[in-house]
Design a protein around this ligand. Structure first.
Ligand code: HEC
Length: 172
């Protein structure tokens, strides 16, 4: 047992240093991605009750524009999010293959429960189950990167929207 101690300490340090605020390395990222897809993220077989119709895509887009936009951009691809690359791990493009290869049920589970200890918050109790399923529909139908412009919160319009100016009343 004693002989194992240095190895255990070294391993623990490696794991802990992986949590420090620096971008995760390529191997670390692929190991974490594998574990998330196959082990840690549940709900793989839950079916999305929402059909991919324009009104459900629009509904998901509205919710996304209110709750997710500050970290993921309006297009889910980080457009105009100034600190995106300084988060560790950074929010991935939701149009990317690793994200799109989750099942609908896994995406719902990610949105409900968040991903601890990263910056991805849990929406359970804040958003209804229907809202969360509609978000999944939106994530499956993201617009081209950059096509929606940047979030209003970062474009300086934020304060005008409280003044009742109808031009700025839409979602961020
Ligand atoms: C405070 C910033 C923040 C907010 C708000 C936020 N996210 Fe995230 N999100 C992140 C970060 C950081 C990650 C990367 C987490 C990781 O890989 O561990 C992430 C990852 C994700 C992923 C991919 C997970 C993976 O395993 O690759 C999805 C899907 C996602 N977010 C959806 C959403 C949705 C939908 C909302 C709105 C309800 C939202 N996020 C709100 C920061 C945020």
């Amino acid at each position: 047992m004693r002989a194992w101690l240095p190895a255990i300490v070294a391993f623990t340090c490696t794991v802990l240093s992986g949590c420090a605020a620096k971008p995760p390395g390529r191997i670390e990222t692929s190991v974490i991605n594998w574990a998330k897809h196959n082990v840690t993220i549940g709900g793989a077989h839950d079916r999305n009750p929402m059909p991919s119709t324009p009104d459900h895509i629009e509904s998901g887009k509205q919710t996304f524009g209110a709750y997710c936009v500050v970290c993921h951009g309006r297009d889910g691809q980080n457009t105009g999010v100034p600190f995106a690359q300084t988060l560790s791990p950074p929010p991935p493009s939701l149009a990317s293959r690793p994200v799109q290869s989750y099942t609908d049920g896994q995406l719902r589970s990610i949105i409900s429960n968040g991903i601890s200890p990263s910056g991805m918050p849990a929406s359970k109790g804040i958003l209804s189950d229907d809202d969360i399923w509609n978000l999944v529909v939106y994530i499956r139908h993201l617009p081209p990167a950059g096509s929606l412009g940047e979030p209003r919160a970062y474009s300086g319009d934020e304060y005008q929207s409280d003044s009742g100016d109808s031009k700025t009343k839409q979602t961020p």
